[in-house]
Design a protein around this ligand. Structure first.
Ligand SMILES: [Zn+2]
Length: 288
């Protein structure tokens, strides 16, 4: 992948590398609830013990560890993913404009080990996530090393796919999709709610594909051989069936929250190929 237009703007960027902090944050209510599914992203495990571990107890005290030697950790990955983040915002600004509305940019946060958000504390085990409460995309850059080795999904477009997927969740917040989802939480059987989260996640995958389409069309990037395969490799690696098979040797479809590898790749490709925002309505799709 080649950059034709680099946007290295840092006005929507918060760098917390080298500053690990934990604090008890009330996770109740709508905002905390919705992030649960967003946090679930790549590990396929229950992350709530992880959140507790770094929450610093019930007293609400803040603990911060500063390690200046890690302040510039993964600098190259930071530059690259921030550039993707900025590019995605430029693309969405344009798509919103075309539809007669205004796009509000989220903030990109990089951190090491663990951090706090309006949605609660999170450790790097959680994987990249978006918090609708503070409209921030949280990125532990070491995740990308894991993606390349553990998940066997290396390459720049794999990183870009993950970043653009998280920005996709922000788009869902702006469009009211996350609020809509929240209404169902705890009110419908878990299996049905899981089906809704799959639709939400596949739509974020579609939005990631849409970003690639527009980034090429708007002259921001140029694709090279193997790029699309790299993104598909990541989408494949984070499919619920693939993760469950790897973790426990079998799959439990009712527990899927992000969709199968095949679905994730297909929706990403749909966004990439069509470049048509209207075709991303996974909630009303006849075939998911
Ligand atoms: Zn997601």
């Amino acid at each position: 992948m080649k950059w034709l237009k680099k946007n290295d703007d840092t006005s929507n960027y918060e760098d917390r590398r080298g500053m690990s902090s934990g604090r008890k944050v009330a996770a109740g209510g709508g905002i905390g609830a919705i992030i649960v599914l967003a946090l679930y992203l790549f590990t396929g495990q229950d992350f709530s013990p992880v959140m507790e571990m770094f929450s610093g107890g019930a007293t609400g005290e803040q603990t911060t560890q500063v390690d200046p030697s890690r302040a510039n950790e993964n600098e190259e990955l930071k530059v690259f993913s921030l550039r993707v983040f900025n590019s995605a915002n430029d693309v969405w600004t344009e798509i919103f404009r075309q539809n007669g509305s205004e796009y509000r940019k989220p903030t990109f946060v990089t951190f090491t080990d663990f951090t706090t958000s309006e949605c609660g504390g999170a450790s790097e085990q959680v994987g990249p996530f978006y918090c609708p409460g503070d409209e921030k995309v949280y990125m532990d850059l070491n995740f990308f090393h894991k993606l390349a080795s553990q998940f066997q999904a290396p390459g720049e477009l794999a990183i870009a796919y993950v970043t653009a997927h998280e920005v996709g969740h922000h788009v869902q917040k702006l469009l009211g999709t996350l609020d809509e989802m929240n209404k169902y939480r705890g009110r419908i059987p878990e299996k049905e709610y899981n089906e809704l989260t799959v639709k939400l996640e596949l739509q974020a995958d579609f939005y990631a594909g849409l970003w690639v389409h527009y980034a090429v069309k708007m002259g921001m990037i140029e694709l090279e051989d193997g790029d699309v395969e790299s993104a598909l490799g990541a989408a494949n690696a984070v499919g619920d069936d693939t993760i469950q098979k790897k973790a426990q040797g079998y799959v439990v479809p009712d527990s899927f929250t992000h969709g199968t590898s095949e679905q994730r790749m297909r929706w990403f490709m749909k966004g990439f190929r069509t470049g048509d925002f209207r075709q991303g309505d996974t909630f009303n799709a006849t075939t998911l």
